[in-house]
Design a protein. Sequence first.
Lengths: 333, 333
Amino acid sequence: MQSVTMSDVAAKAGVSPSTVSLYLRRPQSVSVAAGRMIAAAIEALNYVPNFVAGGLAAASSRAVSVIVPSVRNAFFAETVSALQSALRRERLQVILSHTEYDEREEEDLVRMALSWAPAAIVLTGLSHSVGTRRMLASSPVPVIEIWELGAEQIDAAVGFHHDQVGEAAADHLVAQGRRHLAFLGARMHEDRRARLRCDGFVAAAQRKGVTVAVVEHAAPASAEVGSMMLAQALQQHPDIDGIACSNDHVALGVLFACERARIVVPEKLALIGFGDLGFTAACNPPLTTIRPSGDLIGREAARLILDRRLGKPWEGGRISIDTRFTLLHRHSS
Amino acid sequence: MQSVTMSDVAAKAGVSPSTVSLYLRRPQSVSVAAGRMIAAAIEALNYVPNFVAGGLAAASSRAVSVIVPSVRNAFFAETVSALQSALRRERLQVILSHTEYDEREEEDLVRMALSWAPAAIVLTGLSHSVGTRRMLASSPVPVIEIWELGAEQIDAAVGFHHDQVGEAAADHLVAQGRRHLAFLGARMHEDRRARLRCDGFVAAAQRKGVTVAVVEHAAPASAEVGSMMLAQALQQHPDIDGIACSNDHVALGVLFACERARIVVPEKLALIGFGDLGFTAACNPPLTTIRPSGDLIGREAARLILDRRLGKPWEGGRISIDTRFTLLHRHSS
DNA sequence: GTGAAAGCGCTAACAT
DNA sequence: ATGTTAGCGCTTTCAC
């Protein structure tokens, strides 16, 4: 079926297939002479190894299954990108799928993921259906949960505490002298992490003794939704002087709406976003925001996967890595 | 190695493994009675099929290899998302990788892609290394090139003509009475499609007899780069009254910079972007832009792959689908 | 360091 | 409609 196979290479190089296999996986375990012959044969025949056959024989494929809520979300895109770059060096490939924030969907995708006998499965968040947990528990595949910390984890987890993000935002606004806060959140009924940031914000504000309001919108985060939520917030609580948003898209919309309503930021209203998306530094005024470590999450997850492949087990069976976040104080607050 | 296999299911259901296999692939080809027994056995044993073994036996896996320049790019993210959603229904999965706009990298990724014996390979653009073309030509795997039309294609292509985008932008600005145009382009030495848009813009402007300047920047598109390019453009050509940008991030930066410099858009300067990214409708003023059909590209690519899997060959061996684009006239022009 | 042999779990003729 | 059979291309003991 396949034009040129490992046997062809072996024949041409004058060695056995198993030597070629060994050479491909651990070149240093093969004599230099044999290695050179094999390399020449591969080159001459233009041999492309078959990962599928390899995966079947080894009972573990070169795939890493990654399941995120949405590929279009810049946060996850960054993590996926970093993960891929790091895995690529070890010739592991990412099988990507998205749940659209649906746990039932996730369960089905996990089942499909297991069908690939992947080297690892990467899931977003710590909240999964019972079925998902059961499947994963009864499988030997390492599981890494990303982008959240602070609840029970299946295996390894790499992320940060979203309630701490909310807390940091509230502390920051209060430190800037604001006494009437609001949190504008998009799609918080589905996006558990946005909800956690909101909860952390409200709790911290209450501890500091300032007033705090929450405005939500069911639609996904966007500038338009941000503009709408600002209007609603000001209508209900005209004295608001500090706003945190569930992410930078929302904050951008608030910024635009303020401009149209001639509300001066930050004098009249201090604003803080979340995400440090591309436009934040270039806005008028530049947007104060909290930068999550999306890139680092990807790199650390890859490191865990590679360590595990090399046989290093995770200490105590469970491991969690806190990648933290950074508050970037710009001119909107 | 695997806890429960197809044979286990067959034994429990009282049929042969091949019947189970058949049931899994074409349920309607199996008697209702047998089907019920098999379904019950699968349920009871919690059977998870092994795609790797299946792929080896069938000499074609349930993977579709997708290679894009960057996962973080919202355009490709949209296409990948749509592609995934559509393929998912047929239980095909996307193996994603990114080239970072490097053709050598792409060649290596195509080699790895072939290692999976994928149902299809999806590549971005029509420009590839000789090695890439050679490998793909000598393989039976269907190839779909996306996001570009107008040059020689390997197999199928789904996308649009970027020079037509540039042309549409120029025509629009001229129709708005602008006579001194400029194109601001980011990373055009690598992003061939941005270059094509630029070329189309310049050619159309010249045909209309208006002046046209080009400002480039090597960095990836961002609002900051947009602000910088605007400054440079106005310094070199103070009389510019219409600007097209290689994408909306750049246009957003221009908008911010105009605001700071008290340049009124669109009265003093008409602006058009590309991409219809999330923020364009919410900006001040809302940004005129050109919406590419990123989503449609993904859906059409999926359709071709699915058709091909069902045995429908593409007419004449080659097929190209023009997904077009739409100019959205808002208030920035 | 290298080779022989035995599968990995499934699909796809083919026969019934 | 169902079962029998023969691999798919590789990895991995286990000898040597």
